[in-house]
Design a protein around this ligand. Structure first.
Ligand code: WT7
Length: 632
């Protein structure tokens, strides 16, 4: 029954099969799931629409594949282990049976409050099991969830409420993050105020006990709402291509877009990739440190692991609270076997030295993973030596919100690893490297832009409410291909190393940010005339945000204005988008047609002003000298 790969030759064999006969390959994998009705056709697709359908006319419910399918064998096994922000607070464990009952009960609660199949529900919650319960309850009744990371501002939340027309919001009174508690309910209230008439009700989970305002007729406490609701619920019949969720992500232009994932393909791919990449064995404790507000949390805290019947650990807090040994303390406490985190966390913890890593027993670890941004060699070696103790394979997993699941990664213990390389594509993933003109670069030792030429089951289907934007963003740069936005190198062994984004997307601590999005936020400040934002290498965050701003100082000091601009960005997007450096300038280097020369700004931000190229053709070459002098 298992579709797990165990040897390198097994991987090669499976990969070849998946390319020679993709439909046969995925039908075999999909057959191990529970379908209410089997599909008529495995795949229907073209990338021109784009129009991709997997498991055409198949009927299923993803939660039946987590619960009903596994209950006899796994009912009493832990599904979710929850570790609170404060290590002194009690932890929680929910078995598959208990989780099932809670999901059903909340599914009934959603229905009782007017949520129907197809309605959009925003989840703006802390990392508590109820966030996962909320997601699964939506899936149970066919409502479309859109989880919004609870660090986003009221403005950012309002944009998402409007874009997906959310009928309900699930939130909490407050969130604990390290030593702080954050009043999230107040953010929800402010967001709803900006979007009058869209949100009908709000269910509030009591987490911090902080006092909040409850609006009569709109707001209900979670614990009140579930009272009297049955723990039994019949799963909604979903088409394989019915929407499962929307997740907003930043692009190189405009506002974040709602990436749409559907039910059947996403289910098949997340379970398959989870089991293979991490080589999860029954009884193992798996821990991914992401937040459910990002795709990593969706696919590899909630759906993938639970579909595989795994025990998934959910951590509410931050890596440095109460001290820099917290991650390692948790690994020791639960005897974690697979650990999955981001390079930014590794680099941040690396700065505290090896003492915290030696203080805790990390011998349970079998596999350690990395995701979200390129992992530099130094961080890779530190992770491998001090966390993996030279014996755990490092799985550097490359993928995106749009891909739904891991695309390029070692299979733990099977694929030989190489520092800073994501190594090889998973079965079903047909990569292609192209040059600027879209010409395929064949063979090894080549470098170019990364495309994917054939659909995989968890490919995004559209961007919510704007299919044309999906086509423009991903399927138009190179005809007939999905363009990832990443640069890549294929080395002499055929191994892939991701080089980072080639578009105007920057990756700050593994969080994706559009430069235009940050510029738009900066420009909201009344004294700002124009701005240009670029990424620059940052030791811990991977990339930092560097903003060049032209503004009217009036009777403010420069320092005041810099603070105000920073606050404006926090208000419009959230703390994660605050620029690391703001330089007030009198002009921006522009071409004669008025286009900002970002290449020059990037170089200056990197601190490399030796080779700025020919600046004499600029409209305002003199400004380059000024910017160089004032560089931060
Ligand atoms: C972008 C996608 C998918 C999980 C979290 C991020 C970068 C992601 C890696 C990696 C190098 C990586 C890419 C990609 N990225 N993983 N292992 N090595 N770069 O999801 O927010 O959609 O961002 O993150 O640039 O395009 P996301």
């Amino acid at each position: 029954m298992s579709d797990k790969i165990h040897t390198l030759s097994g991987y090669i064999h499976e990969y070849q099969r998946s390319v020679q006969d993709p439909e046969g390959f995925w039908a075999r994998i999909a057959d191990s799931f529970h379908w209410q009705k089997r599909w008529d056709k495995v795949l229907d697709w073209n990338f021109d629409g784009p129009d991709v359908k997997w498991f055409v006319n198949g009927k299923l419910n993803i939660t039946e594949n987590i619960f009903e399918k596994n209950l006899y064998t796994l009912g009493d096994n832990p599904a979710i282990i929850w570790e609170p922000n404060d290590p002194k607070e009690n932890n929680r464990t929910l078995t598959y049976k208990e989780l099932f009952h809670k999901v059903n009960q909340f599914a009934n609660t959603l229905k009782a409050n007017g949520v129907k199949k197809g309605d959009r529900v925003i989840i703006y919650m802390p990392m508590v099991p109820e966030a996962a319960i909320a997601m699964l309850a939506c899936a149970r009744i066919g409502a479309v969830h859109s989880v919004v990371f609870a660090g986003f501002s009221a403005n950012a939340l309002a944009d998402r409420i409007i874009d997906c027309h959310a009928k309900m919001i699930l939130t909490s009174d407050g969130n604990y993050r390290g030593a702080k508690s954050i009043p999230v309910k107040a953010v929800v209230d402010e967001a709803i105020e900006k979007t009058s008439g869209i949100v009908e009700s709000v269910i509030v989970y009591k987490r911090t006990g902080d006092e909040v305002e409850m609006k009569a007729g709109r707001d209900i406490w979670w614990h009140e709402a579930i009272k009297g609701q049955s723990e039994e619920n019949k799963a909604e019949v979903m088409d394989a291509e019915d929407m499962l969720f929307i997740l907003y992500t930043s692009g190189s232009t405009g506002k974040p877009k709602g990436v749409v994932h559907t039910t059947g393909g996403y289910m098949v791919y997340t379970k398959y990739s989870f089991e293979n990449v991490f080589q999860y064995q029954p009884g193992d404790i798996y821990w991914c440190t992401a937040d459910v507000g990002w795709i990593t949390g969706h696919s590899y805290i909630v759906y993938g692991p639970l579909l595989a019947g795994a025990t998934t650990l959910m951590f509410e807090g931050v890596p440095t609270y109460p001290d820099a040994g917290r991650f390692w303390e948790i690994v020791a406490k639960y005897k974690v076997n697979q650990f999955y985190t981001a390079p930014t966390a590794i680099r941040a913890l690396q700065a505290f030295g090896t003492e915290p890593t030696e203080k805790h027993d990390l011998s349970s670890l079998k596999v350690i993973g990395s995701v979200g941004e390129p992992i530099n060699e130094e961080a890779w070696h530190w992770y491998h030596s001090h966390i993996g103790k030279m014996k755990c394979p490092v799985v550097d997993t490359w993928w995106q919100t749009e891909t739904g699941g891991i695309m390029i990664s070692p299979i733990a213990g099977v694929t030989p690893t190489k520092p800073s390389y994501a190594t090889l594509p998973l079965p079903g993933v047909q990569l292609m490297i192209v040059d600027q003109e879209g010409k395929e670069l064949k063979g090894n030792s080549v470098q170019g832009n990364l495309c994917i030429k054939f659909p995989w089951p968890s490919i995004l289907r559209t961007t919510y409410g704007d299919h044309e934007r999906c086509k423009q963003t991903y399927f138009s740069t190179y005809k007939g291909m999905y363009f990832t936005g990443d640069g890549v190198k294929r080395d002499e062994d055929g191994y892939y190393r991701i080089l980072g984004r080639v578009d105007d997307v920057i990756n700050v601590s593994g969080h994706r940010m559009g430069t235009a999005e940050v510029e738009n936020a900066i420009n909201e400040h009344p004294k700002v005339i124009e701005s240009a934002v670029v990424g620059y290498p940052h030791e811990v965050k991977g990339q930092g945000i560097y903003a060049y701003v032209i503004c009217d100082l009036e009777n403010r000091t420069e320092a005041n204005l810099v603070n105000e601009i920073s606050e404006t960005v926090r208000n419009i997007i959230g703390p994660i988008a605050k620029p690391d450096k703001i330089q007030i300038v009198s002009g921006l280097p522009k071409t004669r047609s008025g286009k900002i020369m970002r290449r020059i700004l990037r170089k200056i931000a990197e601190g490399d002003t030796s080779n700025l190229g020919d600046t004499s053709t600029l409209l305002n070459p003199e400004v380059v000298e000024e910017i160089k002098k004032g560089a931060k």
